[in-house]
Design a protein around this ligand. Structure first.
Ligand SMILES: Cc1ncc(COP(=O)(O)O)c(C=O)c1O
Length: 410
């Protein structure tokens, strides 16, 4: 290979926005290689183990030679049927497992392939800002455009969407929603909001994709509503759920898309060309997760709630403006002006890594509206989180704020 040789990659690669976590990740690995005990609260990658019941079922199913073949790309019927039963039990929503449920290799895979099935050059998707980066990248990879509107969970947010729909030509095709929201942890109170979304979608003929990744990760007695509970939701859109968070199965890659049968079929068609489905033993173990691991979800949420209280309490003592989230595994914190000291949050996060040896995600990596904020993932245990707060305090204030065990005021 000569020096002049350059690979002419496809345009879709060039269209991707810059990866803003790159420098932080590089620095983190360098520090770790140098033996520094970096506390990584950057990524929502659960550190807690998958419940033992699920692991045991996986081992048993892995010994069955029938698991070793190619599986069904849409997921085996029993898996889809059990997800439909779970929707019935938890949300009182009826789903036809044959036409309205499809299994995906994690929800990220399903989401991006659905974008490929729905979007092409000239098509536009509306996405709230701040956003989960995949919601923007997947549309870009499919050749479509993204219009961002400031993120919200109320009528004003729907009005901003309505404005875009009325003023953009050609009209947007897709509305991408996500509640409880990553990164802001914004939630919706009731089905009324989703019913207004359905009305808007039907009136303007746009399709809705609801990323419901934090469907079961809620605290303080809050239960996140499913978009599918809204009257007419199945006519206009689909919802994605994942096992990554409620069952700590992030590495297993188990997700689902449910709802509008035509959109589910379109996703199935794309997937049929790309994959043969999840390893069948994982599908069998996932059925057991749904049948036997409700208590594990409750226990995991209690852990997140305690960790949330540690982080929110600690950051408030630093003088930051931090709402107490009732869903997701993140705290979305507005950095105090004094600590930001005129820096953007990307530089600020690099400073925290350098001086406090703590990784947080800079808000700017989630869109323009994220500037001024950082996202903290509640993946470490309480002791490590307290340690992280102490290190942040020491780096920013030279240890002015004493750690306190005082109960968090909500
Ligand atoms: C909002 C949101 N959607 C999707 C995903 C990806 O989930 P999965 O592991 O099922 O691909 C995540 C993971 O962090 C997420 O936060």
């Amino acid at each position: 290979m000569t020096d002049e040789w350059t690979i002419n990659v496809a345009d879709r690669i060039r269209r991707l926005p810059p990866y803003l976590f790159g420098t932080i990740n590089r620095m983190k690995y360098e520090k770790r290689r140098a033996g520094v005990d970096v506390i990584d609260l950057g990524m929502g990658n659960p550190l807690d183990p998958t419940p033992e019941t699920i692991v045991e079922k996986l081992c048993e199913a892995a010994h069955d030679p029938r698991s070793h073949r190619y599986s069904a790309s849409a997921g085996i019927f029993n898996l889809r049927r059990d997800l439909a039963r779970l929707y019935q039990r938890v949300y009182d929503v009826q789903l036809d497992p044959k036409q309205e449920v499809i299994a995906t290799i994690g929800s990220k895979e399903g989401f991006s392939h659905l974008c490929l099935a729905m979007m092409g050059p000239g098509d536009t998707a509306i996405v709230g800002d701040p956003y989960f980066p995949i919601h923007v990248y997947s549309v870009a990879l499919a050749g479509g455009n993204v219009i961002n509107v400031p993120m919200g969970n109320d009528e004003a947010f729907l009005k901003r969407i309505q404005y875009v729909v009325e003023h953009l030509y050609p009209k947007p095709k897709l509305l991408i929603l996500n509640y409880p929201h990553n990164p802001t942890a914004m939630t919706v109170d009731n089905i009324g909001f989703f019913e207004a979304v359905v009305d808007l979608a039907r009136r303007e003929r746009i399709y809705v994709v609801h990323d419901f990744a934090y469907w079961r990760t809620c605290f303080d007695g809050y239960k996140a509503p499913s978009f599918m509970q809204a009257r007419g939701a199945k006519d206009v859109g689909v919802e994605f759920v994942t096992f990554s968070k409620p069952y700590n199965m992030a590495g297993w890659r188990v997700g689902f898309c449910v709802g509008n049968p035509e959109m589910v079929r379109a996703l199935g068609t794309i997937k049929g060309y790309y994959d043969y489905g999840m390893f069948q033993a994982i599908q069998v173990a996932s059925i057991i997760a749904m049948r036997e691991c409700e208590e594990d979800i409750v226990a995991q949420n209690a852990l997140y709630q305690q960790r949330r209280d540690v982080v929110v309490g600690g950051l408030r003592r630093l003088g930051w403006d931090v709402p107490s989230p009732r869903g997701t595994m993140f705290v979305w914190a507005k950095v105090s002006g004094a600590h930001l000291a005129g820096q953007g949050t990307i530089d600020f996060s690099l400073r925290l890594l350098e001086e406090a040896e703590v990784v947080v995600s800079p808000g700017r990596a989630f869109g323009e509206q994220g500037e001024g904020y950082v996202r903290i993932a509640l993946v470490e245990n309480e002791q490590r989180l307290k340690q992280a707060i102490r290190q942040i305090d020491r780096a920013l204030n030279k240890g002015i704020v004493a750690p306190s065990a005082s109960k968090l005021k909500k």
